[in-house]
Design a binder for this molecule. Structure first.
Ligand code: CA
Length: 377
């Protein structure tokens, strides 16, 4: 059987409440979805991370290489796309386009073989994955500290056992926010901080030293993703584990982050770093450096399902009887697309989400919702 065609959709929804992080403000959520359709009518879904219209253009550039291929030969198709794109895509959105097609191909392959993607990735080490709530973004309000505290309490009441908050407004303000949230949630819930590379090395050091006493599970993207030496030096000088990698691409990119010992936790985005094919390789490289992977996840149920399958199949280091728990990011910021585009819904139980056991990714796109929110321009 052959791949017959590839469809792309840019879906967009305006936010009720615009929010911002240390770099820019979101007025809407927008994502590029990819549907790969085989000759018998079966199909797989994927999505790309990054500016949706640019991802769409990348998918349309790559599609002629994929149409006509055998949908079971997923890694061979990946290599074909990568070779064609390499001169222009050692990083960036064209890699996200490869990622989107690759995820759709894994979904399709799983459906054709009657197996969940996690089984095809090498086997389900776990049936549930611990998730951490990502939220606590910034909004225009007279009481930002109170807003962050209320939101943290809400996630704990919903059953999350780990939360990640945004920082990067300035060291003093950030320290005040983190102290307030830690005080509000008590000591039993894991707390992480994410600066989205807003700090210089000296600011990151100052901030980390002031929050070291607050039992922070990791400090994400402290400095510029281009500053490998900054990462490395910070990691040597603070006791909080350092995390990063959502702006890194491909195995070759992660080699820089891992071989220089920049991070304690690598955070590839499956929809950006090269799809399931390449993120599985990145995870293997991370294991070789005794570094765990907690994927970055920021998208619809397709991206989240891809994350669940990958994390289900991950080896965790160090191996031991009671090993560290595998974890996945679960975005909780406002996104009706994430909540409504795919079925079935993901349920939180004891801070964990079950890995789908249906063939493929185990989620499908609601055609009515897609028709309503897909851009037609
Ligand atoms: Ca992040």
């Amino acid at each position: 059987m052959q791949i017959e065609r590839i469809e792309t959709y840019v879906v967009e929804q305006a936010l009720d409440t615009p929010f911002y992080f240390s770099q820019f403000e979101f007025q809407s959520r927008q994502i590029c979805l990819v549907k790969v359709i085989a000759g018998d009518g079966s199909y797989g879904w994927g999505e790309g991370y990054g500016p949706a219209t640019v991802v769409k253009a990348g998918v349309e550039f790559l599609a002629p290489l994929v149409v006509g291929e055998d949908p079971l030969q997923v890694e061979a198709i990946w290599s074909k796309m990568h070779l064609r794109a390499l001169d222009y895509a050692r990083r960036g959105v064209l890699v996200a386009a490869i990622s989107a097609i690759d995820i759709a191909l894994w979904d399709l392959r799983g459906k054709l073989l009657g197996q969940p993607v996690s089984t095809l990735l090498g086997g389900r080490r776990r049936e549930q994955v611990m998730v951490y709530a990502t939220g606590m973004y910034f909004t225009e309000t007279d009481d930002l500290t109170g807003k962050l505290v209320d939101e943290a309490r809400l996630y704990v009441s919903q059953g999350f056992r780990a939360l990640k908050m945004k920082v990067g407004l300035g060291v003093d303000t950030d320290v005040k926010h983190v102290r307030a949230v830690r005080t509000a949630i008590g000591s039993d819930v894991q707390l992480m901080v994410d600066a989205n590379h807003a700090y210089s090395l000296s600011e990151a050091l100052s901030f980390a030293r002031q929050i070291e006493e607050l039992d922070i599970s990791f400090f994400e993207e402290p400095v510029s993703p281009e500053d490998y030496e900054g990462y490395r030096e910070l990691r040597r000088r603070i006791s909080i584990p350092v995390a990063g990698g959502e702006c890194e691409y491909l195995l070759a990119g992660f080699r820089h982050l891992l071989s220089r010992r920049c991070v304690d936790i690598a955070q590839p985005d499956i929809c950006g770093a090269g799809g399931l094919t390449e993120t599985k390789r990145i995870a293997a490289l991370a294991t070789a450096f005794q570094t765990n992977v907690i994927p970055h996840s920021w998208g619809t149920g397709i991206a989240f399902a891809a994350g669940l399958h990958l994390v289900s199949a991950l080896d965790i280091v160090p191996g031991r009887l009671r090993m560290p728990e595998a974890m996945l990011e679960m975005d909780r910021s406002e996104s009706a697309l994430r909540e409504n585009l795919t079925q079935p819904k993901f349920a939180l139980e004891n801070g964990r989400v079950a890995v789908p056991d249906l063939p493929g990714l185990g989620v499908d796109v609601d055609p009515d919702y897609l028709a309503e929110y897909a851009r037609t321009d």
